[in-house]
Design a protein around this ligand. Structure first.
Ligand SMILES: NC(=O)C1=CN([C@@H]2O[C@H](COP(=O)(O)OP(=O)(O)OC[C@H]3O[C@@H](n4cnc5c(N)ncnc54)[C@H](O)[C@@H]3O)[C@@H](O)[C@H]2O)C=CC1
Ligand SMILES: C[N+](C)(C)CC(=O)CC(=O)[O-]
Length: 503
């Protein structure tokens, strides 16, 4: 395994909602993390966030993650940051507290460490005051949950060096995040400026009894909330301008900004009555679900959205889904392949988990997802023998021309899945393979797939012999697999005696 990120040691100062999310993001990217948080239950809280994050990643990707980094809780800021390459401050949003903590970090951190602050709105220049090495401090403003939402706004202060900003961006990009550099510092940066405007208006709508909190959330999640995840604001409105695009949109809806529709400049008074009103409506909306349960529902939904975006734009990926696809590609490259696999047994090619979107009305994994997992297994075999994306771009590929799938048992939500591949025979043009899929801790065999693949010249659109470079990788595996017993079920036809007798 080659290193995924330019950093291998991080420190998280503050391990609450956001600090815990950073801890999970770093650990699951293979980075060791030291944490300092004086809260008496900090270890439990971080462990719970981490458990949710691991569950979400199990659903998010079938690509093997690097070995999890080592997690250490420390008794002081100094101990936590002493050998860190990236330090992330996530203490409560108070300037005096942050300055005090950042001064401690500044005094004990290695001279070339990157120091990011999770602040939601404080100016980095204000955080830099009094530091010995302010050039390495910047804002890395993330979004909750940090382990799933990839964006961090990178904002430099007056003293932040350009090298710090560039290194911070590289380090975030390498762990599957999107470091977006904000050109000039401003309170609340870009994201929280927008969110505050929406939040302020929402509070007025509740205070004025225009709607309750559930109705307001429904208005968002059944409409523009769905649009925002994939196209943001400006591209969405460009489309809303019709064929004339953005200019027409501005001409049509620009004037109503002068009326105006909103109360954005007034601040609602969050008096006791309004806090209680919102609290009670929010309790009713939650229908007894705990925060951890809601987090898991949120994470499953986010995983589904990310996976849908990964399949977007004809399979190239779109937005955050494209970022996920690129991260998975880096994970594959850093994991390495061919040399690590034992070819004297069926090849263990895919490990994944039953995702929420894979469950059907019968309460277990739906049939086309079996084909998806077996397709991924075939793709993994093809990568192993060198027929990877670069090979396909060069004009050759293997196409699947026949599949026989057998369903032997049920696979349930969240269960671990493991797929193996045995090569039954090969010749210059064909590969005949047999996949087996196992589920759960007991490795129950839940399905098999027998497939015939044909080597093709994709431009000419016809079968052609595979080149020696591919066959040289394929033959040793096929020779080794010829020594194995023929798998039970290989060569079976639909309706063969055993299944008919059971009816
Ligand atoms: N909650 C959110 O949605 C987001 C919060 N942020 C920012 O992240 C930062 C942290 O916020 P949350 O995680 O929400 O707060 P939180 O209250 O969940 O966590 C803060 C943690 O800091 C710890 N802490 C307090 N004093 C400390 C000290 N001297 N040294 C080390 N740890 C200390 C607390 O024990 C607590 O565990 C804030 O700057 C906030 O603006 C950023 C993005 C989103
Ligand atoms: C409410 N908040 C200002 C702390 C929100 C954020 O900073 C970002 C987010 O996750 O919404």
């Amino acid at each position: 395994m080659t290193s995924l990120a330019p950093i291998s040691r991080a420190a998280c100062i503050g391990g609450g909602v956001i600090g815990g999310g950073w801890v999970a993001r770093f650990l699951l990217a293979g980075i060791d993390v030291k944490v300092f948080d004086p809260h008496p239950e900090a270890e439990r809280i971080v462990a719970e966030v981490l458990a949710n994050a691991e569950r979400a990643y199990g659903l998010l990707t079938s690509v093997p993650l690097p070995p999890r980094g080592r997690l250490t809780f420390c008794a002081s800021v100094g101990e936590a940051v002493a050998d860190a390459e990236w330090i992330q401050e996530s203490v409560p949003e108070r300037l005096d507290l942050k300055r005090r903590v950042l001064a401690e970090i500044d005094a004990a951190a290695p001279a070339d460490a990157l120091i990011g602050s999770s602040t939601s709105g404080l100016l980095p220049s204000d955080l830099q005051e009094g530091l010995g090495h302010p050039e390495r401090l910047f804002v890395a403003h993330p979004y909750n949950p940090v382990y799933l939402l990839p964006l961090a706004e990178i904002v430099g202060g007056k003293a932040t060096s350009a090298a710090t900003i560039a290194r911070a961006k590289d380090a975030l990009d390498a762990i599957g995040m999107k470091g977006v550099v904000i050109a000039r510092e401003i309170e609340a940066f870009v994201g929280d400026r927008l969110l505050e405007a929406l939040w302020r208006e929402a509070l007025w709508l509740i205070k004025d009894d225009i709607c309750d909190v559930e109705t307001l959330d429904d208005v968002i999640r059944y409409s523009f909330g769905l649009r925002w995840a994939q196209m943001g604001l400006f591209q969405t409105y460009r489309i809303a301008g019709g064929e004339a695009g953005m200019r027409h949109f501005l001409a049509q809806f620009g004037p109503c900004l002068q009326w105006p529709w909103t109360k954005l400049t007034d601040v609602v008074d969050l008096d006791e009555a309004l806090v209680e009103k919102i609290g009670a409506q929010s309790d009713a909306q939650a229908k007894g679900l705990s925060i951890r349960q809601l987090e898991r529902i949120r994470d499953e939904n986010l995983v589904g959205i990310l996976q849908a975006l990964k399949a977007g734009q004809g399979g190239e990926g779109w937005g955050a889904g494209k970022l996920l696809a690129e991260f998975e590609q880096r994970l594959r490259e850093s994991a390495g392949h061919a040399d690590a696999v034992d070819i004297h047994a069926p090849l263990p090619l895919v490990e994944t988990r039953v995702s929420p979107a894979w469950i059907d009305y019968n309460g277990h994994m739906t049939e086309h997802r079996y084909l998806q997992v077996f397709g991924d297994t075939t793709d993994a075999l093809l990568r192993l023998i060198g027929a990877d994306l670069a090979y396909v771009e060069g004009g050759h590929s293997y196409y699947t021309v026949e599949t026989h799938l057998r369903h032997l048992d049920e696979a349930h939500l969240g269960e671990a899945l493991r797929a193996t591949c045995q090569i039954l025979s090969v010749d210059e043009k064909r590969i005949h393979i047999f996949h087996r899929l196992f589920a759960g801790a007991g490795n129950r065999e839940v399905a098999t797939a027998e497939q015939m693949l044909l080597h093709v010249d994709t431009r000419a659109g016809r079968a052609t012999p595979a080149p020696e470079i591919i066959l040289a990788r394929l033959r040793p595996i096929a020779t080794a697999h010829a020594q194995l017993d023929a798998p039970e079920g290989a060569g079976r036809a639909v309706g063969q005696k055993r299944s008919m007798a059971a009816v």
